[in-house]
Design a binder for this molecule. Structure first.
Ligand code: C2E
Ligand code: MG
Ligand code: MG
Length: 569
């Protein structure tokens, strides 16, 4: 055992040393005759115990004890020795980290040895307690996966930061961050890789934030950053730009190269809100906006934004009940054959008859349905309703004479569902619709978002004789080559294309080439958005197969469609 005696009285020191000499005990004793020398020794050498005199010339033993226990901390067990038997003083010393306090006049060898061994034992228990307390605190405040502060710590940090900012008359900003499409990565590559990805993202975020800002993982793929002392709101903007840049570089995780991006919302105190809950709400609203605007970006909170999001949230809420309340309707827009000018089919287009807002077009609610996943249910309803309608017409107008196909639009999300093909099949059976009477429309992005699954799924549909149409061609990646990889039979050229050619000859040449290429691939070409006689004439000149557009008819309700286009044989 290594021991340090700090005592200015040489006689007392000798006395203590004598009491330490026990047969069979090897105690290595170092002496210090002043507080300063003792402190220096205690800090540079490691001892098993300190024996500390209370009366020292330049400071009291208590003062020395306090210096020992404050940083740079020395945690060696301490037994105090004093000439006076003062209960209050003894208690004070224990409170400040001494393990025992004995009166010099009472010191005997056994008493001293017992004090030393008790002090060491007590010290050991105290250290263990401290460690487990620290561990508990760590567990309570730190996110175990990433090592960042957790939600609890974040909420505490935010609640403390607001009054401080008010007192100091400074601003602060809150950034809410959510990874884009993290769920897809988790679902396709598994949770282990998902966890690794979160760790990597946490590391990158750490490098992007300033020292002193509080970066937390709130849970899942949600993070928050609290920026203190914001002297300029642009600082927050710059931070989010840095984050977008740092996430741009793909991550390598267990051999997978993964691209990830994030959406962020920024709200500042006191401009946007003056309490923690409101501030978090504001940052969430701004985050929502970033997701809505196509992800991989950040937005500031504003009142106008709040109102806009509020409206969307209301619409989303209403949409959840729209199917049950039977508020969705299908309109039909005819398609006309170029060669014979006869009607060949109709595209079913959804509308929402909202009880207070009137007829809502699909652009206003399909994106919401896609974001919320409601589109799968709505898509099933569209398919069922369209097939049911076609059956009614086939019965009423004699199926063998009725040369009418129906086109139905699909969303990418529907392709992700494993029951999709079975569902199409059973719906067609239910209404006795021959496969070749159904055409399913998909956009390029819908197809390219679902690589593996959808190729198989599309092959499966196509082998049954169901026609597949690529919708809105010319607005997305417009890769003609991609058409080769999927079993499409129909190419629908987007209306923006048709509209731009009217006064541009080079576009006409381009359309001519697209048509020729489509024909080589065995595809039929449909022109969308034909509005004028000139555009119609052009479709005929270019030898497209079908035309669709306001020139012939707007999308109309089933009854109107029937009256205008279907006649009893
Ligand atoms: P889309 O599939 O490309 O449908 C054609 C859109 O162009 C329709 O808009 C139609 O009304 C419009 N249109 C037709 N002819 C003309 C024209 O001559 N000029 C102009 N300017 N526009 C014309 P709508 O009905 O508003 O539908 C918009 C989009 O909503 C559709 O584009 C489709 O992507 C989506 N959609 C509609 N119904 C459904 C559905 O049941 N399921 C899914 N997933 N999406 C749907
Ligand atoms: Mg369509
Ligand atoms: Mg289209």
């Amino acid at each position: 055992m290594k021991l340090l005696i700090i005592d200015d009285d040489v006689v007392d020191r000798m006395n203590t040393m004598r009491n330490l000499q026990r047969p069979g005990q090897t105690i290595e004793v170092t002496e210090a005759s002043s507080a300063e020398a003792g402190l220096a020794l205690a800090l540079e050498t490691s001892f098993d115990l300190l024996l500390l005199d209370y009366q020292l010339p330049t400071m009291t033993g208590l003062e020395l004890l306090i210096s020992l226990r404050s940083p740079p901390t020395n945690n060696t067990p301490v037994v105090m020795l004093s000439h006076t038997n003062d209960e209050e003083l003894a208690l004070k010393c224990i409170e400040h980290g001494a393990q025992d306090f004995i009166v010099k006049s009472e010191v005997t060898a056994p008493r001293l040895m017992r004090a030393i061994s008790h002090a060491r034992e007590r010290h050991k228990i105290e250290s263990e307690l401290r460690e487990s307390r620290e561990q508990l605190r760590y567990l309570a405040e730190v996110d175990s996966l990433t090592g960042l502060a957790n939600r609890h710590m974040f909420e505490r940090g935010l609640t403390n930061a607001l009054p401080l900012a008010e007192r100091q008359n400074t601003e602060l900003a809150l950034v809410m961050l959510d990874l884009d499409k993290f769920k897809d990565i988790n679902d396709t590559l598994g949770h282990v890789i998902g966890d690794e990805l979160l760790k990597e993202v946490a590391k990158r975020l750490t490098t992007a934030v300033r020292e002193g800002d509080l970066l937390c993982r709130l849970g899942g793929d949600e993070f928050a950053i609290l920026i203190h002392n914001l002297d300029n709101i642009e600082l927050a903007e710059r931070l989010t730009q840095r984050i977008l840049r740092t996430l741009k570089q793909p991550l390598m995780i267990e051999g997978h190269e993964i691209s990830i991006s994030a959406s962020m919302g920024i709200a500042s105190y006191p401009d946007c809100a003056t309490d923690a809950v409101q501030l978090m709400k504001c940052a969430d609203v701004a985050l929502y906006r970033s997701k809505d605007a196509g992800r991989n970006q950040s937005h500031f909170y504003s009142k106008e934004l709040h109102e806009k999001i509020q409206k969307r949230v209301e619409l989303e809420h209403d949409l959840r009940g729209a199917l049950d309340r039977d508020e969705l309707v299908l309109y039909y827009q005819p398609q006309i054959g170029v060669s014979d000018q006869k009607i060949t089919g109709a595209e079913a287009l959804i509308r929402w008859q909202h009880p207070t807002k009137g007829l809502i077009p699909p652009d206003k609610f399909i994106p919401i349905a896609e974001d919320t996943g409601l589109i799968v249910e709505i898509g099933d309803w569209v398919l069922d309703k369209a097939c049911q309608q076609l059956q009614k017409w086939r019965i009423k107008f004699n199926a063998t004479d009725l040369n009418l196909s129906l086109s139905v639009n699909l969303s990418a999300l529907q392709l992700g569902s494993h029951s999709f093909v079975g569902n199409v099949e059973s719906t067609m059976q239910k209404y006795d619709i021959p496969h070749q009477r159904l055409e399913l429309e998909l956009t390029e992005s819908a197809v390219s978002e679902n690589t593996e699954v959808s190729t198989q799924l599309l092959e499966n549909l196509s082998q049954r004789g169901i026609k597949l149409a690529m919708d809105d061609f010319g607005t997305g990646y417009s890769s003609l080559l991609q058409l080769k990889n999927y079993p499409f039979q129909v190419l629908k050229i987007d209306k923006s294309f048709i509209h731009s050619i009217s006064d541009n000859n080079s576009d006409e040449t381009y359309l001519h080439a697209i048509n020729a290429f489509a024909k080589i691939l065995g595809l039929q070409v449909v022109a969308e958005g034909v509005e004028t006689a000139k555009q119609k004439a052009l479709c005929e000149k270019l030898l497209f197969d079908r035309m669709q557009g306001y020139y012939f008819s707007r999308p109309i309700p089933a009854a109107e469609f029937e009256k205008a286009y279907l006649q009893k044989p």
